[in-house]
Design a protein around this ligand. Structure first.
Ligand code: ADP
Ligand code: MG
Length: 245
């Protein structure tokens, strides 16, 4: 089995004046390529801390975090920022698009950081825009798009570097319920195509779209389970469509 990432005994402590906060107290899990994981947990359980580590925005106090063969926990700041810019696809609640740039140009941003702005790169960005349903909006700017469309741009941008995984942080938090379903359907389609997705959400409805749900509590993994509801639901859809043998 190939893994998008592997986490072994990850701890994160914050040293304050009066005390040391142990935000993560030994978290371990593997994410195989093609998985779709939702990370949940009550406020203060360590979700943001774990997200920062997964996104290479911070280093753990102890433990290992392997991306491919490389242990991120041992990397320098420069190596971390290179990994962040080139191998992780971020999708945030607030889209984080550049207002002055068009749809295609926004998708292209991570490539330009690497000096890849040749015609091939441009074509790939147009293809990604089309794949997320924005083929007719290539030269629109963010202000000319709905929230759902802006999030589609962010998702296309997250894929441009062929990342280890898409890291989605409350990606549907700003969207109405219909648009939320559209974005979740897009994630599902990308996952069906083999993209690995790790999302943090506090909404059970959203998490139910994932294949697997990891629940944190007090800095530990409380449960790590296949999402049976989704599996059963998809089996029913397949059977109803007469697709099963
Ligand atoms: P969640 O995102 O699940 O609400 P966090 O990862 O933000 O949880 O926080 C986990 C614990 O670590 C909490 O007790 C929080 O107060 C503490 N914490 C988070 N960030 C810091 C920090 N920068 N300095 C000190 N304590 C922190
Ligand atoms: Mg948080």
């Amino acid at each position: 089995m190939r893994y998008a990432c592997r986490i072994v005994g990850l701890t994160k402590e914050y040293a304050l004046k009066s005390e040391t906060v142990r935000a993560l107290r030994g978290v371990s899990f593997d994410v195989p390529e093609g998985d779709y994981v939702a990370i949940m947990g009550p406020s203060g359980s360590g979700k943001s801390t774990l997200l920062n580590l997964l996104g290479c925005l911070d280093r753990p106090t102890a433990g290992n975090f392997f991306l491919g063969e490389d242990d991120v926990a041992r990397m320098s700041d420069d190596q971390l920022s290179t990994i962040r810019a080139t191998r992780i696809g971020f999708v945030f609640q607030s889209y984080n698009l550049i207002q002055q740039l068009t749809v295609v140009e926004n998708i292209e941003v991570p490539l330009i950081y690497q000096g890849k702005n040749d015609p091939d790169a441009r074509r790939r960005c147009r293809e990604l825009a089309t794949m997320v349903g924005l083929g007719e909006r290539l030269t629109h700017r963010p202000t000319q798009l709905s929230g759902g469309q802006q999030q589609r741009v962010a998702i296309a941008r997250s894929l441009v570097n062929d990342p280890y995984f898409i890291l989605a942080d409350e990606a549907t938090g700003n969207l109405d319920s219909v648009t939320t379903e559209e974005i979740l359907a897009l994630f599902e389609r990308l996952n069906d195509q083999g993209k690995t997705i790790i999302m943090v959400t506090h909404e059970d409805d959203v998490a139910q779209h994932a294949k697997r749900i990891i629940r944190l509590r007090d800095g530990l993994v409380q449960s790590d389970e296949l999402n049976r509801e989704r599996i059963l639901c998809r089996r029913e859809v397949v059977e109803r469509a007469g697709l099963s043998t």
